[in-house]
Write a protein that binds this ligand. Structure first.
Ligand code: C2E
Ligand code: MG
Ligand code: MG
Ligand code: MG
Length: 286
């Protein structure tokens, strides 16, 4: 009986474990399926986070950020974007996000008489497609947005993959006037000269280096070095994850050009972003 019990217990433990595993995989699988044709409806939405130009004190543009509010609740972007990258759903999703973002910024620029820029995140899975540049061109024509008002953000690792093809793609994008930003800069190889050769325009300094400012001597040194190298190479700079006034003041004092973060504004839903634009325009220096 004791042996029987042990066996049964063992099997139960195994079952519990394997069921949990299956449930986990099944859930991921379901999400991937949902992400496949998910552009319209399905709880996917673009949020917009304002970026502040420290030299003018004015809004420079917005970063478009995907949100997925699934029936069961919100799913973290890192989670669902990874899943969408695994099964290629990111290609359709990313195209939808870019079209939506370009159309929206163009509409706000018309409404407010502005020349705001929009930054859209791009995965390597999109960039590696042969028709990627054609799609960007079509979206620009359809939306009426100028190429220079669109900035595509990619990580260092994406920009360093498949070097020849990436160089060609980025060169063609530049001919459309589109800008290229390197996201989370400093978390990868931080190959400045390489980024310059690859027609990169902007470095977005990762929030992990901003966190410790202005007190951490180490973060100070790193961020100062990044900014001076960027200046030498004529690369634009944005600091990510700015949450406090002391961080902003320090970054401004060492010549960082733009900041983005909760201190200036969280990512906002479309309607809220429009109200935010209404509000800053009614303020002096807005
Ligand atoms: P990211 O492109 O580096 O975006 C910045 C992230 O920092 C966003 O996270 C944003 O909400 C968050 N953030 C902004 N200000 C602050 C701050 O002051 N403090 C802190 N702690 N965080 C701040 P989010 O929205 O969760 O997005 C995570 C990542 O998902 C993005 O990182 C980007 O890599 C990816 N992602 C989002 N939307 C898209 C998309 O449309 N396409 C692709 N391929 N990736 C996307
Ligand atoms: Mg980004
Ligand atoms: Mg980032
Ligand atoms: Mg990121």
């Amino acid at each position: 009986l004791a042996m029987y019990r042990a066996k049964e217990k063992g099997r139960d433990a195994y079952h519990v474990f394997s069921e949990a595993l299956d449930a986990f995989d099944f859930e991921d699988h379901r999400m991937k399926q949902e992400l496949k044709g998910a552009q319209h409806g399905s709880g996917l939405e673009l949020y917009y986070q304002p970026q502040l130009d420290l030299r003018t004190g004015r809004v420079a543009g917005f970063e478009a950020l995907l949100r997925w509010n699934r029936g069961s609740g919100p799913i973290r972007p890192e989670k669902f974007i990874t899943l969408a990258e695994q099964n290629g759903a990111i290609v359709g999703l990313g195209e939808w996000a870019m079209r939506e973002a370009c159309r929206q910024i163009r509409a706000w620029n018309e409404k407010y008489g502005e020349k705001l820029r929009v930054s859209v995140n791009v995965s390597f899975e999109q960039l590696r497609k042969n028709d990627f540049v054609d799609k960007v061109r079509t979206i620009l024509i359809e939306s009426g947005l100028e190429g220079k008002q669109l900035e595509l953000e990619m990580t260092e690792s994406a920009a360093m993959r498949d070097e020849e093809r990436t160089r060609k793609q980025l060169g063609e994008l530049r001919r459309l006037g589109v800008r290229i930003g390197i996201d989370d800069f400093g978390t990868g190889y931080s190959a400045f000269a390489y980024m310059k050769r690859m027609s990169v325009d902007r470095l977005k300094i990762d929030k992990s280096f901003v966190e410790g400012l202005p007190h951490s001597a180490e973060d100070q040194a790193i961020v100062k070095a990044m900014l001076s190298m960027a200046r030498e190479l004529r690369l634009r700079t944005t600091a990510e994850g700015v949450e406090r006034a002391d961080q902003l003041r320090f970054l401004a004092s060492i010549g960082c050009e733009e900041i983005q973060g909760y201190y200036y504004s969280e990512p906002l839903r479309r309607e809220a972003a429009e109200q935010w634009l209404d509000r800053i325009r009614s303020e002096p220096n807005g």
